[in-house]
Design a protein around this ligand. Structure first.
Ligand code: SAH
Length: 253
């Protein structure tokens, strides 16, 4: 059996209870060494076989899973954040299906949630934005043309940009082709939830300079949108005058 486990954004207590239990019981752990906090591996049994997938190909990862399966052992495949966002798990699951190896997936706290928590902010503010776009710049890995940041920027919604902290000048150019301006609030969140976390509030116009000044080139999210400013409407759900399935609203005069 293979368990794909979301390790969370970095802090050791932001893995789920289910994920932690599977990690403790595993015969083999294959972890994404480039981003997963390796201190999480202290939870593993002493005789657990630990492999770093940053140094492996997909084929090698699958071979290791197959070998463990043949020996009747369990594997935890530990991915950073939540494995459904830039986790490259689909290709692993499809191969496991072909090999007839059973697996399940344990969700994790994605870094975009940890970044909002670090900033003590909310992506979906009434009257400001009710959508969050999770995306990335095209780099060595392409992004479909119709999903270019320029075209997604037309919406002016809340945006969390992954894998792009090293190309902020290009990101700014793309953002400006849409509804954002140099004055649109932005934030750089480096290593959200790690001890070395840095939160830098800036604007689309100043983010390049702030990143340079703080030496931020990777392991950071770029957040963009008016949700980072102070204006918004209060939620209707908790408005005294609003009736919901659970609460009758009171008319105010
Ligand atoms: N599956 C992961 C994303 C993997 S892609 C998740 O759900 O978070 C790797 C990118 O995620 C990094 O380039 C960075 O943009 C972002 N990232 C991962 N962990 C982060 C953290 N703790 N703080 C800020 N950004 C992080």
């Amino acid at each position: 059996m293979v368990h794909f486990v979301g390790a969370g954004p970095g802090a050791l207590d932001l893995i789920t209870l289910r994920g932690a239990e599977l990690l403790q019981a595993a015969d083999q752990v294959i972890y994404a060494g480039s981003l997963v906090n390796s201190a999480l591996l202290k939870r593993c049994r002493e005789d657990c076989r630990i492999l770093n997938s940053a140094e492996m190909t997909l084929e090698e990862v699958l071979e290791a899973m197959e070998r463990a399966e043949e020996a009747g052992q369990t594997t935890v495949r530990l991915h950073t954040g939540d494995s459904s966002v830039y986790g490259a798990i689909r290709e692993q699951m499809d191969r496991l299906d072909k090999l007839g190896i059973d697996y399940d997936v344990v969700p994790g706290v994605s870094s975009f949630c940890a970044a909002a928590a670090a900033l003590r902010t909310e992506y979906t503010l009434p009257g400001v934005s009710q959508s969050v776009i999770l995306t990335r710049m095209a780099g060595r890995t392409p992004v479909p043309e119709q999903e270019s940041i320029a075209s997604l920027s037309m919406h002016g919604s809340s945006m969390a940009v992954f894998l792009s902290a090293g190309m902020l000048a290009e990101l700014r150019e793309e953002l400006l082709k849409g509804a954002y301006t140099d004055e649109t609030p932005a934030a750089l969140v480096y290593k959200a939830s790690w001890p070395e976390e840095k939160c830098i509030r800036c604007t689309v116009g100043t983010m390049v300079r702030y990143a340079e000044e703080n030496g931020i080139r990777k392991t950071a999210l770029v957040l963009i949108g008016d949700f980072l400013q102070s204006d918004y409407e209060r939620s209707r759900l908790y408005d005294p005058a609003f009736t919901t399935e659970f609460r009758k609203g009171k008319e105010t005069s």
